[in-house]
Ligand binder design. Structure first.
Ligand code: MSP
Length: 506
């Protein structure tokens, strides 16, 4: 039976339409899901939308729309965007769905019963846009004495209310132990250190209900309270699987990896595992917090008017170019900057020049010298250069797999481009046109065969990143998709087509 692999993205807030930051995590998850499927895993890929809380309630109020209708419309916007970007999620959960609300209420109820949830009173500084309470020490004070949210910089408000609490403090030692015993639980390393620092200061019980607004999942038997949006949303990772009795829950939990931006690692690496411990459920295997994108050097925000819409980019330059850029431009884990200049540079250099030209030149030569059939040489190796290329072709899959298993997407792509670069160089050095002139047919056959082999490896491994491109490559190379590593390439009739990535003229 295939090994299972369960991966998730955060549930995105529906107060706004998806931007390049949301697309980043979702594309990364999709690349990983497609890769794991390619490797024979039984993959379950979950994404969805976070639809409760004050921020969304206010967004609907501002627009004078019925809240449910508003979230319905916005959630559809996320689904539409993911369809365009080729996201192959297996399930899309919305926190306003009954299947989710029921599980959240059951979880609340059972933790209340076992004493891990209790009633008290909360007073604190609350940031509405971030849906977060902050302690006084964490806030920044501006010159007018306003207390600002350390995350988004906006003014916080004091909120005092009767509230239910989750006994986070009780699980502090167990959590520390878990992190120690499972070195790969929080990644990258820098995020782990931040979390350990945070736990060291001591975990305080968490206020998990609100009374100031009505938009949320009601507390069972105490309807003036709604459950805090984060406590509600985190549960999606198990409610979507039909926790506690569902077949999918039994099959896929624990999650192999929760992917997210670095700003919400704390919720996933502290609150969430403690909630699961309270329920007697195993924590996820890995929480990975990637970096943040800025745009032309600035934080992306509506007020700055610099929000990049991935759909606009995809329409102009193609979905695969967007997916490629996001995964290649920065190491997964580091912060990155989006600029039109770097996007176009990568497009022209990596896609149009390196990859596009390699395919085009190679297939032109198959047409010209071998009547459109990939040749079968006596031996692919006839000199040092061929030996080097053949060895690198054999090595590349191993390097690629290693990087993919470390979620080092950019390095995995770099490994493919190293091979592409070497192959382009090989053409220059071997000069097939000279071999043809000199009548060295067998050497010529070896050169062209080696190049086609490189291209078939590229088509196979690029499929998770650039599914349409990989398919086009396979078709041009004469394979009936899906291409596998065992596909025999010699003797195949090619079908050269249009260039994959026509250069963008600036
Ligand atoms: N609803 C919560 C998550 C609940 S998960 C149970 C939330 N939603 S969000 O809409 O604000 O999405 C945040 C996530 O979107 C980030 O963690 C990251 O995955 C992605 N990104 C949003 N902006 C981003 C950038 N500028 N750069 C990179 N990723 C970003 O938080």
């Amino acid at each position: 039976m295939a090994t299972k692999f369960y991966l998730t993205t955060p549930l995105y807030y529906v107060n706004d339409i998806p931007h390049i930051g949301h697309a980043y995590t979702t594309v990364a998850a999709d690349v990983l899901a497609r890769y794991k499927r390619l490797m024979g895993f039984d993959v379950h890929f979950l994404t969805g939308t976070d639809e409760h809380g004050q921020k969304i309630w206010r967004a609907a109020q501002d627009k004078k729309e019925d809240t449910q209708k508003f979230v319905d419309k916005m959630a559809q916007g996320f689904k539409d965007a993911w369809r365009v970007l080729g996201i192959t999620y297996d399930d899309f959960i919305r926190t306003s769905e009954e299947r989710h609300e029921k599980v959240v209420q059951d979880v609340f109820h059972s933790l209340l019963k076992n004493g891990d949830i209790y009633k008290g009173e909360y007073e604190g500084w609350y940031c509405v846009p971030c849906e977060s309470f902050w302690s006084e020490g964490e806030l920044k004070e501006d010159i007018d004495g306003r207390m600002l949210c350390p995350d988004c910089g906006r003014e916080t408000e004091v909120l005092k209310e009767e509230s239910y609490f989750f006994k986070l403090s009780k699980y502090q030692d167990q959590l520390k132990e878990h992190i120690k015993k499972n070195p790969a639980f929080i990644q990258p390393e820098s995020r782990k250190n931040e979390i350990l620092q945070f736990i060291k200061q001591g975990l305080k019980d968490l206020s998990i209900t609100r009374t100031a607004f009505p938009w949320g999942i009601g507390v069972p038997d105490d309807p003036k309270h709604v459950i805090y949006v984060w406590f509600d949303a985190l549960i999606n990772y198990i409610s979507a699987l039909g926790y506690p009795a569902g077949e999918e829950f039994k099959k896929y939990w624990p999650a192999d990896v929760h992917l997210m931006g670095k700003e919400i690692v704390r919720f996933h690496a502290v609150t969430w595992p403690c909630m699961l411990m309270a329920l007697g459920v195993e924590p996820p295997k890995k929480v990975f917090g990637h970096g943040w994108w800025t745009v032309e050097g600035k934080k992306m925000s509506k007020s700055k008017g610099n929000v990049v819409d991935p759909l606009v980019l995809a329409k102009e330059y193609g979905v695969d170019a967007v997916r490629y850029f996001l995964m290649r431009e920065v190491a997964f884990g580091d912060d990155g900057n989006f600029s039109m200049e770097s996007f176009i540079n990568r497009f022209n250099a990596d896609l149009a020049n390196d990859l596009g030209n390699l395919l085009n030149r190679t297939l032109t030569m198959v047409e010209k010298y071998f009547e459109s059939r990939v040749p079968s040489p006596q031996s692919p190796v006839f000199d040092d250069l061929s030996k080097e290329l053949v060895e690198l072709t054999q090595e590349t899959p191993k390097i690629f797999d290693q990087h993919m298993n470390n979620l080092a997407f950019s390095n995995a792509l770099a490994a493919i481009w190293q091979l592409v670069g070497r192959a382009n160089n090989y053409i220059e050095k071997e000069a097939p046109w000279k071999l043809s002139k000199a009548g060295e047919t067998d050497k010529l056959a070896a050169v062209i065969y080696n190049l086609c082999h490189v291209l078939s490896i590229c088509a196979f491994y690029l499929a998770p990143f650039m599914p349409t491109t990989a398919e086009k490559m396979a078709t041009q190379l004469g394979f009936v998709p899906p291409i596998t590593l065992k596909t025999k390439i010699d003797g195949v009739k090619i079908a050269k087509g249009q260039p994959l990535f026509p250069r963008i003229e600036k």
